[in-house]
Design a protein around this ligand. Structure first.
Ligand SMILES: Cc1cc2nc3c(=O)[nH]c(=O)nc-3n(C[C@H](O)[C@H](O)[C@H](O)COP(=O)(O)OP(=O)(O)OC[C@H]3O[C@@H](n4cnc5c(N)ncnc54)[C@H](O)[C@@H]3O)c2cc1C
Length: 339
């Protein structure tokens, strides 16, 4: 059974780099098999691109907006390890706007969100693991048959039999190159080129806006997605927080534009797009350099048995939240079969 612990006879020390959904999934599945797992995360807390920013009255999801659960193993995993209360279905209306400005509804499909914020899921998952936060892994050095890890200051962080890297491809490539693993780093040349950036803005409206949709995917010169974050279950905002994502081309052209200027341009575009008359209030911004992968041809995971290094992440399995889960599961399966 997928979610049942299966104790293996050889216990390995395994380091997982990154505590996004793929790192946490891999960590939990390997711990379930009896291995000693330690997760390293460069940021203050777990979550990666399942991210929320504190805003007045609550928080706004500035990374992933919702997720699907087409893999029948995904929801049972979340229920077991994050708990039933960490996520809920988002019963919103979702629309797509084409280049000609015509609107159509999204196909019916359950869409889920963390509750009361996206990071509720990864916080709960991380409680099952030892997560060392604020620790950016700078290099792996050969130690016996395994690896010794060091942070970017060169501080030694222990020895491990195997290492799983779940950073986005550009960050994974730097880590591998700095670890004298040029051949492995070269495997990521193409994936690095296919990751797209995204400027994200959350903007508050004291007076709720009336819209036909809670979530809108738009073909637009500036915007890619806009959503009423306050319509997600578990949010108790006064007024409404709207989350706006810029499209990759516009983001690329504005990658070095100051955040305050980006916010102005994106909020203006939102108001023109929707005809919103209400005055915007507080704004928060976030620049994602590595938001999504445009690659359609993905192997699920990468496992290098000679080096005892595995790579997992959404970009190896269709992008998106569920892809991160799928990638981690397929890597763990490959590692288990390899013994
Ligand atoms: C703006 C935006 C909107 C999105 N919208 C959706 C959506 O609506 N639906 C959907 O399904 N998906 C969406 N996604 C994609 C979704 O967020 C990702 O697919 C998923 O969260 C990726 O998980 P991951 O674990 O593979 O990677 P990440 O979440 O990126 O995790 C990688 C982790 O590795 C850490 N790390 C990197 N380098 C190091 C290092 N050297 N040492 C230690 N730690 C390191 C990072 O800090 C990070 O926490 C969106 C993403 C963005 C940015």
């Amino acid at each position: 059974m997928f979610n049942q612990p299966s104790q293996s006879t050889d216990i390995r020390r395994i380091a997982v780099i990154g505590s996004g959904l793929s790192g946490l999934t891999a960590g939990i599945r390997l711990s379930q098999q009896g291995h000693e797992v330690r997760v390293f995360e460069k940021s203050r807390g777990p979550g990666g691109r399942l991210a929320a920013k504190r805003v007045e009255g609550g928080s706004a999801d500035i990374g992933a907006q919702y997720f699907t659960a087409r893999n029948p193993a995904f929801l049972p995993f979340l229920k077991e390890f994050a708990g039933e209360n960490a996520f809920q279905m988002w019963q919103g209306r979702f629309g797509f706007r084409n280049e000609r400005g015509e609107w159509d509804s999204f196909p019916d499909e359950p869409r889920y969100v963390g509750s009361p914020r996206m990071t509720a899921i990864t916080r709960a998952l991380s409680a099952h693991l030892e997560v060392i936060a604020e620790t950016r892994i700078g290099a792996l050095r050969k130690a016996g048959g395994g690896w010794s890890l060091a942070d970017t200051e060169g501080t030694a962080l222990g020895e491990f039999d195997q290492v799983i890297v779940t950073a986005p491809p550009a960050q994974a490539q730097v880590l591998l190159a700095d670890s004298d693993l040029a051949e492995l780093a070269a495997v990521l040349d193409e994936p690095v080129k296919k990751v797209l950036p995204c400027w994200a803005v959350a903007v508050h409206f004291a007076k709720p806006l009336t819209m036909a949709y809670e979530g809108m995917r738009v073909e637009h010169p500036v915007l890619y997605w806009v959503a009423n974050n306050s319509s997600k279950p578990g949010r108790e905002d006064s007024g409404q927080w709207w989350v706006l994502h810029a499209n990759p081309d516009w983001t690329e052209r504005h990658v070095d534009t100051p955040a305050s200027e980006v916010a102005k341009l994106m909020v203006h575009a939102f108001r023109v797009l929707t005809g919103v008359a209400g005055e915007p209030g507080d704004v928060v911004t976030h620049r994602w350099l590595y938001a999504r992968s445009s690659d359609g041809d993905q192997p699920g995971h990468l496992w290098f048995p000679d080096q005892n290094i595995g790579i997992a992440g959404d970009w190896l399995s269709g992008g998106r939240v569920e892809g991160a889960f799928n990638s981690a599961c397929s890597l763990v399966e490959a590692m288990s079969e390899d013994r």
